[in-house]
Design a protein. Structure first.
Length: 243
């Protein structure tokens, strides 16, 4: 598997803080010396450093805004069912989970992870098949959340939802044809919010595993929202109810 390229001060600083063992080397712009860089290098400790030209950095970052700093990292790995079980066993507050069913676009996954981090979600769960993998695009869009919020890929999503229910976690799915709106639903207590893929929605077995179905009321001509936008609306309604 190819190395992951993380670029920009915030993204590199986040990896240094939460997952520094993944960093193989940090590549810097030749001649740049300032307080911000000095602070980052202090965090880097004894990690390998390399100074290169702006053109070389531009190529490494694929044209992205690197701010003169790039980290070459081993790829992120998703968590598994065993991690999920241990995490749920250790929780001292009601579980707050986000489940993504069929979300394959890494930009959407990154945005969902970023929103999940802001909302205080304990983990984001998805199936191993037909789901976006963790990669450099996810990391960049997530703005550091990919290193903080556990992303768990499970073998059988419907079975995992059943295991949640055995733990007393209520499963709330989102569907345009639901009779109850998001704002009528009770989103307090242990819960997992299920978001389906844009357009297709949840798969049948996932839908059947849900305790409740809710919809976001839509006033205009548009029939659906981007999954990351819809996720933000739903998660922060849950946050409002839970606070």
């Amino acid at each position: 598997m190819a190395n992951e390229v993380v670029f920009g001060f915030h993204a590199v600083s986040t990896v240094l803080k939460y997952d520094a063992a993944r960093i193989q080397k940090i590549v810097l712009l030749k001649g740049r010396e300032d307080e911000r860089l000095s602070a980052l290098l202090e965090k880097a400790g004894k990690l390998t450093l390399q100074r290169v030209t702006r053109q070389e950095l531009d190529e490494l970052a694929g044209g992205g805004v690197h701010q003169g700093v790039v980290a070459i990292c081993t790829p992120m790995k998703a968590k598994d069912e065993r991690f999920l079980d241990r995490m749920l066993d250790s929780l001292e507050e009601p579980a707050f989970l986000l489940v993504l069913d069929g979300v394959t676009d890494p930009h959407n996954l990154g945005a969902c992870l970023r929103t999940a981090d802001a909302a205080g979600v304990h983990a984001v769960v998805a199936a191993k098949d037909k789901s976006a993998p963790l990669n450099a695009t996810v990391s960049k869009v997530a703005c550091g959340a990919a290193e903080v919020v556990p992303y768990v890929q499970v073998t059988n999503l419907a079975r995992t939802l059943g295991e949640f229910q055995k733990r007393g976690i209520w499963i709330t799915g989102t569907a345009g044809e639901a009779s109850e709106t998001l704002y009528q639903a009770n989103l307090t207590g242990p819960m997992a919010l299920v978001m389906g893929a844009e357009g297709k929605g949840m798969r049948r077995l996932t839908r059947e595993a849900c305790d409740f179905l809710v919809k976001i009321p839509m006033a205009g001509e548009v029939s659906s929202l981007n999954v990351s936008v819809a996720t933000g609306i739903c998660l922060f309604e849950a946050v409002r109810q839970r606070s």
